[in-house]
Each structure stands twice: as structure tokens, then as C-alpha cells.
Design a binder for this molecule. Sequence first.
Ligand code: FES
Ligand SMILES: [Fe+2]
Length: 405
Amino acid sequence: MGGNISTLPAKSIQTSLREAQRIAEISSHDELRRQLLLVSSDHQRSATLPSACYADPALFRYDVETLFRQSWVGVGRADRWKSSGDFGTRNIGGVPVLFVRDQGGELRAFANSCRHRGSLLLDGEGNCKKIRCPFHCWTYDLAGRLVFAPRMEKVPDFDPAAHGLTEFRIGLRDGFAFVNLGTAAGGLDSWLGDFSSLHAPWGLTQWATARTREFEVRCNWKSYLEVFNEYYHLPYVHPASINRRYMQPDDADDVCGNFTTQFGATDGNAALLADAQKQALPGAGTLTGRERNGVRYTWVYPNMTFAASPDSLWMYEAYPLAPDRCCIVQTVCFPAETFSLNDFEARTRHYYDRIDAAIAEDIPFLERQQAGLSAFTRQGRFSPLEPSVAKFAHWYAGHLRMHLG
Ligand code: FES
Ligand SMILES: [Fe+2]
């Protein structure tokens, strides 16, 4: 039989292979569509997302090309880049992006890519007066204009004004910064819906960043965000550290906008470990009701999540690097008025201890979850303590189904 195949002209072998691949893709799309239909808006009846969404390279490409490059992506707190020239860098769906506060005080986002031959311009975080490419010294001002390009004066028709950095849309809301690499999505207002009104009690615009750090985790970016937004794992993953602080939470709120949020009352301060409860900082003066004794966990799709407690806000941005690897940026904020307390530094260390302890407990479980995924992983069901994970799953499945057509 092998002889028959080898006698086929090369062109028809290629045609047959393409056809076989096309049929395989269609049937796997049909199977994926069927699985996605099981993810419903009723979280009590919904299936979890298909395992392919966490492991399949084709769906990873969908995540980065569609969710990260064509919608609003949360990039942390705008005050991280306070002064003129403060900059930061991110990999957003495979696109290197830089953020910089310009001389007029405006936060801007640019492709972190030189207009000469594409070199990365800036690394990490820092402050600069100009953005200078290390390769051949093309230099841009903080508004992205090309202001110096050595030996280019005699190059015919070279117009420096046409070679500024590629700029992306930035939006600010309640102290958070968002970037949009695409042109199709609507404005940030319609993306966030009633996000601001739900978070109004915390007065988050007045909160300031005290600490940030960055690390990689060997799991899909969605898994990292999911574990932060569910109470189900607390007694098993955090039995001694934080589990006792959390009481039975409210159900997730019905919201309008691309986010999910869930408030839960706490017994004591959920941002501090048991032996540090006395180190609690004063709560935000804006809080009056139940929010003074609880935490609101919010996930702004696709990639930013935070916990707003009375006295602290801890948050994560997740950036996909591979189907089974993501980069996490952690930020911790406090109400601005707290920063002037004499013992602010000493007391905040207790908050960092709690946040770091919880994450150190979560990460091994996230990596085990990723390691357990295979083509034989069937869809599961959600517990009553995972409504925000279920809401995200429904949102994600709906977008993916639209994409598959
Ligand atoms: S690649 Fe930046 S100056 Fe050449
Ligand atoms: Fe956890």
C-alpha cells in the first residue's frame, strides 16, 4: 500500500493532506463547539471550560490574537508610573509594549519596537528622559516622536515625523490603566459597564501603589485568575493561613460589563495572617456599610483581577506566554492617607507576608492542575463557591463560539 502512495504526484499528496487536515479541523471544531455549548449562564448547570482552552496551542493563539490584541487589557495601577519619564514594559499577547508618563503628565502606550529595524527599546521598569534604541541610537521623545536618527540626514525622502513610535489607546478608570492594541473594540466605558459604580464605596482613585513584583507560573493564564476568584479551594489549599478569615460569600453580582465580582464578609482582616491581625491599618474613610468587614473580589476580563478589602487592595495581571506558562504582575495598594502613618512600612510588611503566603500555597496546585490536563480531561461542573469562575467561563465560551462561527 505504501507503494501506491509514493507513486501519487507530489501535488495530489499535498492536496490530500490539506483536505485531511481541513476535515480534522472541522470535526475538532464541531467537538469544541459542542463542548462550549455546555458552558451556560446558569452556573449551577454549567460545565467547566473544555480542557483544550487551557492547553491547545491553537486556542492559545486565539487567546493572544483575539482577547489580548483586540480588546481592553488591564495593565495595573496608573500611579505605578507617576513622574515624567517613568516607564514600564509588558508582553501583551506576544506584543512588546512600553508605558511611559510623558512630559505633559499623560500616560502613553507604545509598541516597544524601534521604527528603524524593530529592536526592543526598553526593558523592565525605570525612568528615562528619552527613549533611545540601543542598536543604532534612534531616539524618541516621551510622546513617541523620533527626535534623533544618526546619519539619516542624506537618506532620500526620509521623514522623521513619519517614523514615530506606534501608539496604542490607553484608558484610565478608578486608578486602573487599560490598553487596547486593536482598533475594532469600542471604548473603555462600554467595556467596563457598571464597574465604577460597583466599586465606588472604596474610592479607589485615591489609593496608591506600595509594592509590585513580577513572576512566572507554569500554568495557563486563565487558571491563575480563576483560583483567585473562588472560595472552593480555601479549606484544602489554605487551611492554616487564610481559610478561617473567609465566611460564606454572597453570590456573584449581576453586572453589566466585561467583568465579574463577588463580595464576601470576613471574620477579622482577610489581608493579614492570624498572628498579625493587630497590625491592621485604618480602613478607607469612604467605606460605611458591610464593605468595612469584607472583601470584594473582581476579575476584569480578560486578564486583571483584584481583591478590595477595607484597608488594602491586592491585584494581579496575568499575561499568557505559552499555553502552560504565564507572567504575573502583582500590585499591592493602600488608601493614600495611610502612607503618612509613622509605622506604615512596618505594618505593610505583614500584608505582604499574607499575600505571599497565599500565593506560595496556590502555585503548586496551579502547576499540578496544568500537569493533569490532557485530551482525556473531560469537562467538569462548578461548585456553588465558584460563581465568578463560571461567569468567566460563560463569557469566554461565548466569545470563542462567535470566533469559530
Ligand atoms: S533597530 Fe533601533 S536604531 Fe536600529
Ligand atoms: Fe488561593
